[in-house]
Ligand binder design. Structure first.
Ligand SMILES: Cc1cc2nc3c(=O)[nH]c(=O)nc-3n(C[C@H](O)[C@H](O)[C@H](O)COP(=O)(O)O)c2cc1C
Length: 362
């Protein structure tokens, strides 16, 4: 584990323990971050004190949202929710990888060796996460999200991340409609932006949808019909250079529905132990989503390509850059690449001061 204790979300504890008892405050005496003056950044029509926050993953409840807003993270995603209760994958859900530098697509084709602990510094830490988008169901999260919305302060934005769930007897159309139904539930909480997770690598049955433009277009159209003026964010994975035509098709054909793209989710790879055997227990868990330092290159590359496509076709979407942001310099690299907003998950689990560190440079 990195040397400092995890505060926002502690991967050494189960998901339920984090959910019910987190966040785990390193310094209980710390006071809420105080912004000075007026918010001067803008994203999807909202004023922000900073274009920085936490992407979907480490904030599964309104307690986590409140804690993170109070630490000065201004753009937060409530962890991906479903229209039905859904179990978390078996513990452990995070393992630490032996990656030095960038995780190339070529490397990700071969199994990566993982460990249950690591002494790497946060800015070099690459992990895999495999939760499977657990949800306690709308009976819990709709009310809890209303509390989270109430915790959003001036110059801050809460985003609700949602996904569809394949249920018994479902056709493809039913599955796509379930995304829209979940977005409608999220919209009923008063949240001011909704993100559709089109890139989860951790539920084998559901697959990574963002590489199927027809699915993306249909889902985004159905969601937008249900949420009206609430902006829709599409969370996508990394498109290889050979997949550029797919990316171009997606941005062009969703232009009437998508207000922002968030890139990237993770890079999928097989993770094994030192003997070459599957490390994460359970069916369908050989491959999982790699995140942290090793994927930063891919997040930045996607931000640049989304930026270029936006100019090329005179489109209006905004861009959230995600992947391997652990320091002020990482934040700046994303902003320079064209990100309107930057988010972190892996590093922010351990460093709840990351937003205040970035704010000293704005
Ligand atoms: C613990 C953990 C849980 C995650 N859960 C989700 C999720 O529920 N929905 C989602 O869209 N992405 C999820 N992700 C992916 C992150 O949002 C992010 O795209 C990815 O981790 C890259 O950012 P990072 O390198 O800062 O971690 C999760 C990542 C982590 C580390």
């Amino acid at each position: 584990m990195p040397s400092q204790p995890a505060t926002i979300f502690d991967p050494s504890k189960t998901f339920d323990d984090n959910f019910d008892h987190g966040p785990f405050t390193a310094d209980p005496s710390q006071q809420p971050y105080q912004n000075i003056g007026e918010p001067k950044y803008e994203f999807l029509g909202h004023k922000l004190y900073s274009p920085f926050g936490i992407a979907a993953g480490s904030l599964p409840s309104s307690n986590h949202i409140k804690y993170s807003f109070e630490r000065g993270f201004d753009v937060l995603c409530y962890k991906t929710q479903r229209s039905v209760p859904f179990e978390c994958n078996e513990f452990p859900n995070v393992v630490y990888l032996d990656i030095e530098g960038d995780l190339t697509l070529e490397q990700a084709q071969k199994p990566l060796v993982g460990h249950l602990s690591s002494d790497k510094p946060l800015e070099k830490l690459t992990i895999t996460n495999s939760f499977g988008n657990p949800s306690r169901g709308p009976e819990f999260w709709v009310e809890d999200m209303k509390k989270a919305v109430a915790n959003q302060g001036k110059g801050q934005l809460l985003i609700s991340s949602i996904v569809g769930t394949i249920q018994e007897g479902f056709t493809q159309e039913d599955y796509y409609n379930d995304f829209a139904r979940t977005a409608e539930l999220a919209n009923s909480t008063g949240v001011q932006a909704i993100e559709v997770n089109l890139s989860c690598p951790n539920v084998a049955k559901e697959g990574i949808l963002c590489y199927t433009p027809e699915a993306v277009i249909s889902i985004c159209r159905k969601i937008k019909k249900k949420i009206g003026d609430t902006p829709l964010i599409a969370k996508v994975g990394y498109y290889s250079p050979a997949q550029q035509p797919l990316l171009e098709q997606v941005v062009l054909e969703t232009k009437d529905y998508v207000g922002a793209f968030s890139a990237i989710n993770t890079i999928q790879a097989a993770v094994v132990d030192e003997k070459g055997e599957q490390l994460l227990p359970g069916e369908g868990r050989l491959k999982s989503g790699i995140c942290g330092a090793g994927i930063q290159w891919a997040g930045i590359d996607m931000v640049k390509r989304l930026s270029t496509l936006k100019m090329k076709h005179s489109l209006n979407y905004e861009i959230i850059g995600v992947g391997g942001v652990a320091t002020v310099d990482d934040f700046t690299l994303y902003r320079d690449a064209g990100a309107d907003v930057v988010q972190s998950v892996t590093a922010a689990m351990w460093n709840d001061k990351l937003a205040s560190q970035i704010k000293t440079t704005l």
